[in-house]
Structure formats: C-alpha cells, structure tokens
Design a protein around this ligand. Structure first.
Ligand code: FAD
Length: 577
C-alpha cells in the first residue's frame, strides 16, 4: 500500500460513466468491506457504497475484542468458536499493527455455580446461566484452549489464587474466590482497518471504487439508484449481484428494493470511556471479563491509559441515532461499582460514550444474549423487473469478517461463473504487511524510519502504531518538517494533510472518528476541535463559512451521538449530558 492520492471527484466522475457493474455492495462496515477486498483480489469489478463514513455502524462500536468467543461454548456453537479462534489467530498475523494479544481476567465468586444450567445448555435444553463457578469456567477454558490450538500464538489459560489476583489488582471486589486468566486479542483501530481494506481493494483492482457518503436509495425497475449525500446527485446503474451488507439496516435496504423479508433482530450495545488512569494502570494492559447483573458478560479494560467499560444488549427496531441512554449508564456504572467497590465513580468520570446495533438474525428469543452470533447469507432471488439476486450479510462478529467475506465471495464468484484466484487466509491487511507479533520487524521499521527520515524514536513509534508499514510513506512526507497542532499535539498539519488526501476524508468527523482513535484516548476540548477543523480546512481549501459548518457538525456529533457537551469556554473539559 502506498500513499496514493484518492479523490472523491474522480470516483464520482467514474460513477457517471459506469452503466453496469458486476457486483454492487451496500454498506462499508467490516463485512461489506471485507467482501469488497476479497472480490477485488479475485479480479472482480465491484463498487461499494457507504451512506455515512466507512465503518460508521456496528463496526465502529465494538468492545475491540478479537476473540474466539468463549461464551459461545455455553450455547454449544462449537463451529463458531473454532472459526473465531482461527480467525483471531490469523488477524494477529495479518493485522499485527492493530491486533495484539490480550490477557483476560475472569473474577470468580463461586466454586460450583452454573454447573446444572451449563449442562442443560450444553445438551441444548432451556437454561439461563446467572453465575459461572470455577468448575464451569475451568472446563470452558480447557475447551477454549483446544479450539485455539490451530496457529496458536498465545499462552494457555491458568487459574490465579485469590491472594495473587488481589495483590495484582488490589481494588477488585475482595469477595471473589479465585480468578482465571486466558488469552484473546484486541484491536486498537477497527476504524482504520476498515479503511485499509478499502484501500487494499482499490489497489488490487484499480477500477474498483469504495466510496463513503454515497447512499443506496433503492431499485427502480432493474436500475440501482445511488445518491451523493453531499451534492444530492443521483447515479443509476445495473448490476449482476447486489450484496446487502447494511448491518442493522439490512431490512430497510431490502425493503427499498421491494423485497421485504424480516432478517434482522438488532440489539443495541453501549460503552463508556472513563477517565480513571490509576485504575487503568493497575490492569497492566489486561481486560476484565466479568458477570454483571443477571449473569450478562461485560468487559472493562485499559484503553490507551483510560478505562473502557461495556456493553449492554438491548433489542431495538430503529438503528438510526442510537445512543448510550440513562438506563445503560446506570447499569454499566452499577456493574463497575460491584466489580471495584473501593473505586469512586460517577457520571463526571465519563468523557465519551458510544453505541452500536449488532445486526443479529431475526429471532423471538427473550434473552438477547442467547441469540446466535454466527453469520448467514440469505438470498432474495430476482423478482419482477429486478433481474439480479440480493445476498444479505446477516450477523457475524468483527473477528470473523474474513471468513464471512470469503464465503460471500465464493458464492458470488459461483454466480458470476468465475473461479477464486487466491485465498485471503494469509494476506496481510494494509500497514500490517511484513509485521508480526515478534518485536524484530517493528524494531527494523522504527530504525529505518529514524535513520532514513530523521524522525525521533517517539514520533517514529507513534506513526508505526498508527499506520504500520505505511508509516514509511508518511515519514517521507514529514522529513521536511512538521507543524504540530498546539491543542492536539498528537498530530501535525502535514500528517493530517496526508491522511485527508489518501483516505477519502470528506468531513472533519471522518478524520477524527474514522481515521484516528484519539477521541477515545482523552477528552477533546473546543480548542482542539477548532484547530483540527482549521487544519483539514487548509488541506481542503474550505472558506470560513465551511469551517464554521464543519466545527458545528463536530460539536453536534459530540452532543447528539456521544452525549458530550463541548463548551466554547476556554479550558473547559467536555461534560457528559
Ligand atoms: C456494542 C457492540 C460490541 C461488539 N463487540 C465486538 C467485539 O468486541 N468483537 C467482535 O468480534 N465483534 C463485536 N461486535 C460485533 C461486530 O461489531 C458486528 O458484528 C460487525 O461490526 C457487523 O458489521 P457489518 O459490516 O455487518 O455491519 P455495520 O458495521 O453496521 O455496517 C453496515 C453499514 O451499512 C451502512 N448502510 C446502511 N444503509 C445503507 C444504505 N442505504 N446505503 C449505503 N450504506 C448503508 C451503514 O451506514 C453501516 O456503516 C460488537 C457489536 C456491538 C454493537
């Protein structure tokens, strides 16, 4: 991957000319984008359209775990656990710049709790586990180690005595009996990985287009209609296959083609970011995987020096505009207080919140946690004037996107009468090329960037953790000097320009929330947002009025979507609503 300039104007121009495309993908989340990259690698011409920015649905709202799915052992979904563990191990190799091993700690409050319901679940009889004891967890982790054996890159599980775990994490609820430790993985930049898949796909097949802020608005006769969110312009084309990867919006997209069949039963999940650096420090990079009220599994981890706490699981019908609501805040803070009774926490510790809707299959279950997290690809065959089939990508995990995309690609290749040219199993993603979990390749890259371009070790490290090997192209640009932003010193004007020019940034919020994770690292005040808009405005030649609109858009996004009020008053930290 290079720093090739990719312009929206050129893509829109191409769309005006293209009358027909073999495959049109609706939805630029992880599943749509994974399929876009795979099809591109097979030489298939395709276009992906995303109504907002890339990765703006569920794919931007995960707990950031890349995991084998320990809890799916309870529901007897062994195929899913095997696949998830294998895909986790692959992502550790193929996206080593963003995906790293993560030690998980399970605090355990009983020895034999959950044995009977676990047995009933295992035998596929109705049961709800509300407390998992040491025996059940030990057995589960033993099985989990077996499933993760393929391409194993991480240690096996171990049990930790009460004294030891309380010595390591002293604030944990002292009523625990024992704890368990096992390894999964976590992803620092899911947003960036989706963008990198888009860039990889377009590099593999330069005629292909993945474009954000372009909405699929429906089918008229046999014509697919797309609309540019910025100008309102419509584009019309035909396709051989339509892939509906619209996540929680799948039923809506199908309905706009007059094909109505209920496929989705979405559940909302929310997370809070808490500024508790002292607690984050005692976690030593580990995630706590714990039971909240009613046995629901929640997570708490150190994300870049602060605490990430999530998530909820609430059935919703409308995926638009979901937020972490008051009941969820109370639920999550309540779970936190039971886990860490000694650590004072309240709403003033919240500096960011986010929510997303899992595109789970339609179901009539009363317990959302029991709905399968496996994926499927139901087909709506051609009907009436519509001569092409629609495949909907339902369900799935972030972790398993490559396998899901490969299944979708194989099905589509079959429909197009084509053969697979290559597998994606060992293909690195974006800046992950040539890196691994071993320290040596990263060290080599750091040394090369420092010696070839004269950057400090700190800056070279910052770039490598943000962009992987792609940092080399950026370092070349930065070698002539950088203008660091005063209130957002994590970034320079030149770095922002490079990303805007090569990664299809249309709005300031695309940059902030879709190309960085700085919004999760610390509270950002008015001055930081203002300076960011100015920096992007200089690259994009925005006039004053445009800059004001972009700043208002950012502040409104903070308020409406993330419940944070950004005040113009100097040095005022954003407040949770
Ligand atoms: C709270 C929460 C926590 C999670 N945690 C994890 C985790 O830790 N690990 C893990 O593996 N998985 C996790 N998941 C699951 C995972 O995030 C999702 O399964 C996955 O992101 C779904 O991806 P998708 O591409 O199918 O859907 P989405 O990411 O929702 O993408 C669908 C896209 O389609 C677009 N779209 C909709 N309508 C249109 C239209 N008309 N035109 C153009 N575009 C359109 C939307 O804007 C959206 O960007 C979590 C999910 C949630 C909600």
């Amino acid at each position: 991957m290079t720093g090739t300039v990719t312009t929206r104007g050129a893509h829109l121009e191409a769309l005006r000319r293209i009358g027909h495309i073999p495959v049109l993908i609706v939805g630029g989340g992880i599943n749509g984008m994974g399929t876009f990259r795979d099809l591109s690698l097979q030489g298939v011409d395709c276009i992906l359209v995303e109504q907002g920015d890339f990765c703006s649905g569920a794919s931007r709202a995960p707990s950031r775990m890349i995991h084998g799915g320990l809890k799916y052992l309870e529901t007897g979904e062994f195929r899913l656990v095997r696949e998830s563990a294998a895909e986790r191990n692959r992502l550790l190799c193929n996206a080593a710049h963003y995906v790293s091993p993560l030690e998980m700690i399970i605090p355990i409050h009983s020895w034999f709790g959950g044995v009977v319901p676990a047995l009933r679940k295992f035998l596929r009889m109705p049961a709800k586990i509300t407390e998992r004891g040491a025996l059940v967890i030990k057995l589960g982790l033993w099985l989990y180690d077996l499933y993760g054996a393929l391409n194993r890159v991480m240690p096996r599980h171990r049990m930790i005595s009460r004294q030891d775990i309380l010595r390591e994490i002293p604030d944990l609820d002292p009523s625990l009996k024992i704890a368990a430790s096992y390894y999964d993985a976590w992803i620092t930049s899911p947003e960036r990985l989706v963008v990198e898949l888009a860039l990889d796909g377009m590099a593999a097949n330069p005629d292909n287009i993945a474009l954000n802020h372009l909405r699929f608005s429906g089918v008229k006769g046999n014509q697919v209609e797309l609309q540019d969110a910025q100008s309102g312009e419509f584009f019309s084309l035909t396709c051989d296959v339509l892939v509906n990867a619209a996540g929680a919006w799948i039923d809506r997209v199908n309905a706009s083609t007059s094909a109505s069949r209920r496929m989705i039963g979405g559940t909302k999940g929310s997370h809070l970011m808490l500024d508790l650096p002292a607690l984050a420090e005692t976690l030593h990079g580990r995630m706590i995987y714990f039971e909240a009220d009613g046995g629901r599994i929640c997570i708490l981890s150190n994300f870049m020096g602060n605490v990430l706490l999530g998530s909820t699981d609430i059935p919703v019908d409308d995926p638009d505009g979901v937020i972490c609501d008051d009941d969820e805040v109370d639920y999550l803070l309540g779970a936190f207080r039971r886990l860490f009774p000694q650590v004072p926490v309240d709403r003033s510790n919240i500096f960011f919140s986010y929510a997303g809707v899992r595109p789970l299959p339609a179901n009539d279950m009363s317990d959302p946690g029991a709905v399968s997290r496996d994926h499927s690809m139901p087909e709506l065959p051609p009907e009436g004037e519509r001569q092409f089939p629609i495949f909907s990508l339902v369900g799935g995990k972030w972790t398993t996107f490559r396998a899901f995309s490969a299944e979708a690609t194989d099905e589509i290749l079959g429909r197009l009468g084509k053969r697979r040219l290559s597998s994606t199993v060992d293909v690195p993603i974006g800046g992950g090329a040539g890196l691994s979990q071993a320290a040596a390749p990263t060290e080599k890259l750091l040394s090369a960037i420092m010696s070839d371009h004269g950057l400090s070790r700190h800056r070279a490290y910052q770039l490598v953790t943000r962009y992987g090997v792609r940092a080399k192209f950026l370092a070349q640009v930065l070698a002539d000097g950088e203008t660091v932003l005063a209130s957002l010193p994590e970034f320079s004007q030149e770095e922002i320009a490079f990303i805007c020019e090569t990664e299809l940034v249309l709005h300031a919020e695309d940059f902030l929330f879709g190309r960085t994770s700085v919004f999760l690292e610390r509270p950002l005040d008015h001055a930081a947002l203002n300076e960011l808009v100015d920096a992007i405005g200089s690259v994009r030649s925005w006039d004053d009025a445009h800059r004001v609109t972009e700043l208002e858009r950012l502040i409104e996004r903070y308020r409406k979507t993330h419940r944070m009020v950004v005040s113009e008053r100097q040095n005022r930290r954003p407040q949770f609503l």
